[in-house]
Design a protein around this ligand. Sequence first.
Ligand code: SF4
Length: 670
Amino acid sequence: MVVTSNEVRLHVGLSASPSITELSVTEVRNALRCPRSFALGRARGQAVKFPIGSSSLGAMFHRIVECVTRERDKAAQHGMSSAAEVDGEQAPKALADGLLRRLISELEATPEAATMPGEVDDLAEALRRLAGSLAPLGGWAAAEAMQSIREHAGCDLRAQLTGPGGTSALLVGGTEELVGLSEGGLGVVEFKLADEASEELDRAQGALYRALLQRALGIDAVPVLLRCNPQPLTTALSRADADALVERRILPLIEQMVGWSGSPENAPPTARRDLCPVCPVRAECGGTYPERFEPRDSTLAGAARPMPDVAGNLAIPPMIEPFVPVAYDMEGRMEAEEIGKRIVAELRRQGVNITIKGKPVGPRLVAIEVLCPKQRVAQLDRAADDVEHQLSDDDVRYERKGPRRFFVVPRRQPRPVDLATLLARKADYLRERPGRFVVGEGMDGDVIVGDLSDGSSCHLLIGGQTGSGKSVLLRALIGSMCHFHAPAAVRFTLVDPKRVTFGGLAASVATHLSGPVFYDLEAFLPALDDLVTEMEIRYERMERCRAQNVDDYNASSADKLARRVVVVDEFQDLVAVKSLRQPFIDAVKRLGAKARAAGIHLILATQRPDRSTVPGEIKANLCGRIALRVQEAANSRIILDRGGAESLLGRGDLLADLGQGLVRGQAPMA
Ligand code: SF4
């Protein structure tokens, strides 16, 4: 793609009529990140700069390029060479020096830049990369390219956009540059300083500029993203992808934004909770939407905790339903589309014609299911090795599941999975009975759930090495069981020999705990024995009422029994100590065999699932299995009776067998 100069400078379009809401492209970008940051910026009368200072650094980038270009003009007037015109090996260095000198002057004149060292580093790196990519063009061509960046910045456009419900808004935005493309046609260019962390937003912005140009001027331009950092990278969106993005994502959003402009209280929070700690309007958000910031020890589970009302009586506060974001993953679908085409092309090159049956997009992976005639399956299996090799940069893996064939590919930009969203999606299911829990989101987008009252998931064995997400998963299991049920319905005994897994959680589920967290394993054994005794007592009570299980008993008795759940992290420490090993195994055997109907359950987790730490007696009594990433296939076989967990991606990527067959999913990491 060649950037060519053109002389289009624009300030075109409609002017706002009093009845139509005017929105800027920056505001749309903010709303894509977090509707509340948009609504708060609207209330202030100024779009929020998110991340802080990003817009001022973008402007600084353009000023620097402009200054260096002006230097060239001045030098030319005096018949001298400027930094932008040096040829040969010295060219990148001379150009980078010129740009960085200007950056230093800009930083000296902008003291607030000192508050964002990370972004300034990005900007410096972007300038170095820009110099590195322009210098090979040769002195004058490099200078001309920079001139082009400077001359065509700032085409202001305005156009009316209408959402699917018929609500319109006047959209205002300034494009950075229009270029002629080597393959013909025009491109509308967005320069990006940073890496691809906000690729989805950048694509949406590019697509929006295309829509603006079309509607304001009838210009059919392809969105082009030019990134300088971490390496020069040009990404052009196809017209179809850009238009689909606008139709399906942006127009509905614009319609909602018009609503939030008038009623900011209706703006939902971001689904990306990782943004909140760095949000520039976090304080305002806390004041305007108080439910977003619960007390530090009041996590989701705290919703069911009794709290004093105004009269001083203890009562369970009304439940705040978590926000259910619109299920949408355009970025993932585009990624699946793109890798699907490459797999088809690669197989075709090897003489194997396949069709794609489906492309489920999970939070971390896309799975391309391929179909071919039965007699060609062996050929497909052979060719798949080569596809894996050819597409090894994308870490493509070929998987066979019975007669079905898949190519599984990790996503370049994973979609975060958070517990609040999963709880909201499965609220009815979880609320119905205590002991139900969420594990994560499956590759097909469904929420993976389990139920302790179910014979195939009444006790759980969980394994995963350090960094696999095991502790986060344990917290999510406990949080999801507490969230919809009061302490009278479900109570936990937590064992945490390392003292780090349940620290913060224990405070927020304090009323759901049977007692303090056990750090000392010797002290835990008598509690385990008490549970065995409790199980026997419960059986006697159930027998008197002729109840088959704890649910039957609770339905017919006023004196209800809570489900009791024992969660032991790093249980291998119990097995490793000779004096504790046999009593622990005996208790697990008794509870594992009989405790389900009595409403007592075990969740045992280990980072070292091997034969010595997970003896057969324990394994045989824990029917539900969840494996996170483990070191070797042998560890995977201990948990799942088959390999596979050694190839997981870590950080919550998991395989779960809760009685419905093995499923792969992503545990909530926020
Ligand atoms: S603090 Fe979080 S929810 Fe509130 S505006 Fe910022 S990003 Fe959105």
